[in-house]
Design a protein around this ligand. Structure first.
Ligand SMILES: N[C@@H](CCC(=O)N[C@@H](CS)C(=O)NCC(=O)O)C(=O)O
Length: 200
């Protein structure tokens, strides 16, 4: 089985983390943009996008949240309580909603428009998102986004939160979590978990 994605965290890292945590053997296949375009032109990508999971018989499966849920079920990283599992699903959708706003600000070619989108992210969308996530953590009551233990929602969220606070995106603040102490504590908690489990 191969997980095919670009050589950055993006929509792939939570799936990689989950497969690793579940002890599910897979080949971590990383492609560049030219290789992605070849796969796409050959019609091998079911949704024309990455990530895809290629099964041993050549079947190609896509859509990152679907792959993450599939891996999460096998790895035991979806809460057993069906309502908590629904909460995890809702979080995956929510992370995509905000992730899309961030991706748009990466893909635009006009510098002025990019600066405007980054300002809107800093002033409105990111604080709004961080507040929503803090509310979820407080509601769940165990330091994770949903349920009693770390789930695929925490793994999906951490890579996007890191991306918007690690200084790699001009115009976004590296200290943006300073006014969100619950979320900052959650981030430390997830990083500790990843280190304890020797995730790269
Ligand atoms: N809803 C899809 C979105 C996939 C997607 O847009 N993937 C990006 C990389 S994160 C991609 O393939 N971009 C290349 C392109 O569309 O040109 C999913 O979650 O898998």
């Amino acid at each position: 089985m191969r997980l095919i994605y670009f050589d950055f965290p993006g929509r792939g890292e939570a799936i990689r983390d989950t497969l690793r945590l579940g002890g599910i053997p897979f080949e971590d296949a990383r492609v560049n943009f030219a290789e992605f375009m070849v796969l796409r032109k050959e019609g091998r990508l079911p949704w024309d996008t990455l990530p895809v999971l290629e099964l041993d018989d050549g079947t190609m499966l896509g859509q990152s949240n679907a792959l993450l849920r599939w891996a999460g079920l096998r790895a035991g990283l979806i809460p057993p309580d069906p309502i908590d599992a629904l909460r995890v699903d809702a979080l995956l959708d929510n992370i995509e909603d905000y992730g899309t706003r961030i991706s748009v600000s990466i893909r635009v070619t006009d510098d002025g428009l990019r600066a405007q989108l980054r300002a809107e992210l800093t002033e409105r969308w990111l604080p709004e998102w961080f507040d929503l996530l803090q509310r979820r953590i407080l509601e769940a009551g165990h330091g994770w986004l949903a349920g009693k233990t770390l789930s695929i929602a925490d793994l999906k969220a951490i890579h996007l939160i890191d991306k918007v606070t690690n200084g790699s995106l001009a115009g976004l603040r590296t200290d943006a979590l300073q006014t969100f102490p619950v979320l900052a504590a959650w981030r430390a908690h997830v990083h500790e978990f990843r280190q304890e489990h020797k995730l790269p």
